[in-house]
Design a protein around this ligand. Structure first.
Ligand code: HEC
Length: 168
């Protein structure tokens, strides 16, 4: 009994610890992406913001990884092929899609790798470039920048994907 309690306790402390670290690791990425998106929309409109995202999103994402962890975004319907899910991400994405949970999660990838994920749900603002009524000129530009784009046809509130952290 005592052993069980101790191992349960240490598991929760372990999850808590990764949860805190994961949240902290994602904050700069979330802030920078949102800042660029809003600045882009404000000064160049949707078309300009699309180009800003195209040029900067991946560099911003890569710049927020450190020696201790890697961060990124993924989706079952990804726009950028570089955001395609790895096997453990696919599992998490399918689960969120099914449960519509808003809760972050700590995931044990294998005996020495742990991850943290936060689900992403779409707001009205996002539909300009991910919705079902995208202007034809914008749609054309999306298709030329991302010929394999799967990230349209969404409604507000839809599950879009995850922010993830993989601890080294
Ligand atoms: C101005 C157009 C535009 C708007 C508005 C926009 N996005 Fe995107 N989104 C993009 C582009 C372009 C990419 C691909 C970025 C890249 O090349 O890495 C992308 C990629 C993503 C990804 C990464 C997975 C993938 O499909 O590659 C997620 C998640 C995402 N967007 C969520 C959102 C959310 C949530 C909002 C609203 C807060 C939003 N987007 C608003 C253009 C937009």
């Amino acid at each position: 009994m005592k052993v069980l309690l101790i191992s349960l306790l240490s598991f929760f402390t372990f999850a808590d610890n990764y949860s805190e670290r994961g949240k902290e690791a994602l904050l700069p990425l979330k802030k920078s992406l949102m800042k660029e998106l809003k600045a882009g929309l404000k000064s160049h409109g949707a078309m300009g913001a699309l180009k800003v995202c195209n040029i900067k999103a991946m560099d911003i994402t890569d710049s927020k990884s450190t020696k201790k962890y890697k961060v990124g975004r993924s989706s079952l319907k990804n726009r950028n092929p570089k955001n395609a899910p790895s096997p453990w991400m696919s599992k998490a994405l399918i689960d969120y899609e099914k449960t519509k949970s808003k809760k972050p999660r700590v995931i044990r990838i294998d005996s020495d790798k742990t991850a943290y994920v936060e689900p992403i749900y779409l707001k009205g603002l996002c539909l300009t470039c991910h919705g079902s009524q995208i202007s034809s000129s914008l749609k054309k530009e999306i298709n030329s920048l991302y010929p394999l784009d799967k990230a349209t046809g969404y409604k507000a509130g839809d599950f879009r994907g995850i922010f993830w952290v993989e601890f080294n």
